[in-house]
Design a protein around this ligand. Structure first.
Ligand code: SF4
Length: 471
């Protein structure tokens, strides 16, 4: 056991998938040129939005549920250390083993060692954002262990040597003919006559995975929720593949971000209503699996829980930014975001794309490492309206924009503007001078960055002061 006495640390560089190779504007420009991607995304997000809107409108108390979800999350964050210790005590008492991971390196090392100790070289995986965040698959592969994704969309991404582009539907950028090609190329034993009918594609994946489920003794999962008062972990999913992984193997290792806690069983009631309606547009997700430590003779007999920080306590330390930890990963904000719908998830560079990614990733890595993401938004506010736990993403974006290191030219320009506005005579002269620039469409360097992607509005023919003086 280690004792941590320093300031909260951000997610380390060189490991995991929170940082892209290029700034958002550059990546977005390239992705915008992909018409197929925009068609796939437009179709998928419109369908999910329609389904979700229909089931949400059935609940007369939806707004009260959102308020309850938001309040529960805020209360949980306020007592996180105490609740985590309660969770640890209850998981341990139920026969599980709890591990604390300060960052991605430590979490990857813990999981790799646990798998090695079993003597097996293959693990089946339940869809998990936390393991993608820390780059667990890459770490396992480097250690000679083969991770097999069992969620259909994750499997498509894995077989396609691709990157996920959506929290809930990681292969949202692929259409069915692209998926067929990936299966034909990469899936062992696939029927060469496979068509692109969704039922046929699902059956091919099922055949491939069935053999893997039955012959693999170690599983790795994430967790949607952890209940502190009982030490119970929960995974919500639609396909049943998760339940196979959570029940068939001998060893189950769960990697969970420390913010996924809820204090009591009753609290779960709120989130079990909010999550499926916001994410998949279902009244209830088809499979909710819960387990508490080890049950002798039933299910995995070696149960481990890795509690992952990786920058989360640094986010918690920011009174404004900590709201991002309320996220239940429903992906509703992505499905309504006009920027995400046009650029797709890869442009964000992190496994957390869309509006929540634009605020969570920079906070986990430190804002300087993801400085362009707080600007990957039009601040239209659709994400705030859609979020089932009422995370005020637009305010978070503005908060983070203030923390981004600004270029010297911008700081000088702002200081000059502030000085001018503080001095009336100077301000009046500047207003009159601006009128002379009515035919200017682009600003000269170093201000040309502003007008590179915006029209410079023409100055009004008369200032307010002139208008007032005439009356
Ligand atoms: S920020 Fe809100 S809407 Fe977006 S994924 Fe998280 S919970 Fe869902």
């Amino acid at each position: 056991m280690t004792t941590f006495l320093g300031m909260p640390a951000t997610a380390p560089r060189g490991v995991g998938n929170l940082r892209g190779d290029e700034p958002f504007p550059q990546a977005a420009r390239r992705e915008l040129g992909n018409a197929q991607l925009r068609r796939n995304l437009g179709h998928a997000t419109t369908t999910i939005r329609r389904k979700s809107g229909a089931v949400i409108s059935e609940l007369p108390d939806w707004q009260e549920l959102r308020t309850a979800g938001s309040a529960l999350k805020a209360a949980t964050m306020a007592r996180l250390p105490e609740l985590l210790e309660q969770l640890e005590a209850n998981v341990t008492a139920a026969g599980g083993v709890v591990h604390w991971a300060a960052d991605a390196n430590e979490a990857n090392r813990i999981v790799t060692d646990l798998v090695r100790a079993t003597g097996h070289q293959r693990v089946i995986k339940v869809k998990s954002m936390a393991t993608q965040e820390i780059g667990l698959n890459e770490a396992l592969e480097a250690a000679g262990i083969a991770p097999v994704e069992t969620d259909l969309a994750e499997l498509i991404v894995q077989l396609g040597h691709d990157r996920p582009s959506h929290i809930l539907v990681p292969a949202i950028h692929r259409n069915r003919s692209e998926i067929r090609e990936i299966f034909l190329r990469e899936m062992p034993g696939v029927d060469p006559g496979l068509t692109d009918e969704p039922a046929e594609l699902a059956a091919a994946a099922r055949r491939y995975l069935r053999e893997t489920f039955l012959s693999t003794k170690v599983a790795v999962s994430g967790a949607n929720f952890a209940i502190a008062e009982t030490g119970t972990l929960a995974v919500l999913e639609s396909e049943g593949n998760g339940r196979m992984c959570l029940t068939l193997p001998d060893t189950l290792i769960t990697v969970m971000g420390i913010e996924k806690l809820v204090p009591t069983w009753r609290d779960l009631e709120v989130f079990l209503q909010l999550l499926p309606r916001s994410s998949t547009g279902e009244r209830m997700n088809p499979y909710t699996s819960m387990w508490t430590g080890v049950t002798p003779g039933d299910g995995p007999q070696n149960v481990h829980l890795v509690l992952l920080d990786n920058g989360r306590t640094a986010v918690l330390a920011d009174e404004v930014g900590r709201q991002a930890l309320h996220c239940i990963r429903c992906s509703a904000c992505m499905n309504v975001c006009p920027v995400y719908e046009r650029t797709g998830g890869h442009a964000y560079g992190s496994v957390y794309p869309g509006p929540i990614g634009a605020v969570l990733s920079p906070q986990l890595t430190g804002v300087a490492d993801n400085a362009s993401l707080p600007y990957a938004s039009s601040l239209c506010g659709a994400c705030f309206d859609a979020c089932p736990v009422k995370i005020d993403i637009p305010s978070l974006l503005v908060h983070l924009r203030n923390e981004v290191p600004h270029p010297r030219s911008e700081r000088v320009a702002m200081a000059a503007a502030a000085y001018t506005m503080d001095h009336l005579a100077l301000y009046t002269r500047a207003q009159h001078a601006a009128k002379l620039s009515k035919h200017v469409k682009r600003l000269p360097p170093p201000f040309n960055g502003w007008t590179a992607s915006r029209d410079l509005p023409p100055p009004p023919p008369e200032t307010f002061r002139d208008w007032w003086a005439k009356r």
